[in-house]
Write a protein of this length. Sequence first.
Length: 643
Amino acid sequence: MIVAALATILVATPHAFAFQLEGHEVIEAAADKRLLALDVVPGTTVSGRALLATLIATGVLAAPPCFDRNHLRGDCGGTQRLELPLQYWPLVRSGTPDLVIDRQLGQRGQCQHFMARTSDGLSPVDPRFGAPRDLATTAYSRCIRIAGVVFDGILRDPYLAAWRLAGTYVLMHAIEDSFSAAHANRDAQFKVVHLLSWTLLDWPRYAMHGGGRLSAPTHHAVTDHRDDDYVRWDARTLEGRACRDFHNPYAYPEECLTERAQAAVAAIVDYLVVIYRIRERASAQGKQASLFESSSSSADDASLWLGYLRAHISSVAAPVELPTESQSPLPRPDVFFGAQGVGGRHALGAGLWTTRLFYGPALPFALGVSATAGYVRDDGVDQLGASASLSLVLPLLRRFSIGAAPAGVRLACDPRFQRCAADVVAQLGVLLVPLGDSGWLGVEGPRWSWTERAIGTSWFGLALGWSHERGSHPEPVSADAVATWDPPRPDEVRAYRSARSTRVVYLATTVASGRDRSFGGVGFDWRRDRDPWDRRAGFAPELQVEVDTGATADERRGGAVALAPMLRAYVLPNRLALTAAPALVRVGLSEGSTVTLDVGGRAGIVLEVGRLELAVDSPPLSYVSTARWHALPFTVRLGLRID
């Protein structure tokens, strides 16, 4: 299922990069730089730095690692301030919503990208707009109302809005997408004429209605060159540098941005200013900020929001309007508990099942930690078992999620606990299905034994239970954080890095191997691979430390520690790399307390998806024994970046 999930991401990716994912971040960074340059922001009495600091301190924007001097989370010294400015500047996250796959593949999520639904494009053509009527009216009004709902949620509780994927960056993403010609057709005055819909979602419905060709003026292609229209790629800066030679959102000078991108920057600046003005006015009056409170100030706030829409996202076909009422986005449960039944070949059992999901560390996946405990009758033998596993699941549609649990430990004992056996296992499939607001159905696929290299007798586990939205609990910001935050000026910095090196923790196991030629382990990877643009690129020294158990020397089982100085070469920055370990040193203790030593070399290839890394390493070529060329097969590593 992990392979299927990765395929889903690759299919969805072309649409995901509306204005290109990097384009969103370039626009957002330019807006941040405009604000930071202002001594007084129009419509307020504060500087741009103070405005951004207030939004960060109140949870509207994410806090950079070096924002709060009492709670530093990175390298925040005097030298680092200029060498690692991304530790200080506002985090650019408006591209991240493109990694929310359930908002890509569902019709209901298209307004996150300021796009129409398939049904809108099937309405009759209106000659005034040269496009189906509902693309100009219904789709626009729907997205404007949803934008109002999201904006109100940000005003009320920015932390909850962000947790439920309806926060500041999601609305920022939609606003930016409204300026992409692949998402919305605007006229010469930048008024919206009509929205477009996505070809990949439209094909099935159009085929059912006898339609074949999907025209570019009304449809976003699977890959669309119009999404590249945020930088003037062939232009040069005032100093003569080519615009295509910049590789970090904060590095692009504004003269490199296209007219559409410049308009989007202005819209993001005003968006942040409107949030600040409404929330500060509500705070001064001691009330909750909202567009729907029955007071004169709330009416003024609503007028401010409507004025913003008229200035930046007005339509030639439909008026801007408020939603009819305040609404809460869908809850995002992260704690699950229930009963589980287990079945398989001559196996039947029941017990308890619990899972905790962590959203964010492995985007677009959710990282899960699961535990089960119960009774199983296996081939007529009674067992009490308990297991814990680490899973990766991909939300697809309205929290419906698929994935797998690549690593876990299972302990099985007889009913009197006189004899127990442990095994390293994996669940080959994980399925989570929401049932109403607080119910959940969980399905786990066949259990694979990494020790025996075979599928066990338990074929499936079916769990039914209760779900709960625990949510995130941010650390409070110190009282002086707003006054003391001191981000460097862009013209001061010497590089655009958040770090100089990358750190990864990973799980490793052999593949295409029997029990007598297999091992598994955990490891830590450190490499100095960040270029001045904060990309993982070029050539980089690397060091791996790994602890393994299994057949780590010939066919003798035991444990081993491996140390591998390496060289990494990126074929595609942040995406694809080749590795070479000229001196892989493995010291082990095999059965019979025999100490083993091997020194060899190996090569590998690494694919990065978000913060996940999937690597395949060749069998090592031993310098000690030529017979050991085939002793250990290919190794697969699944890693998570922790920087």
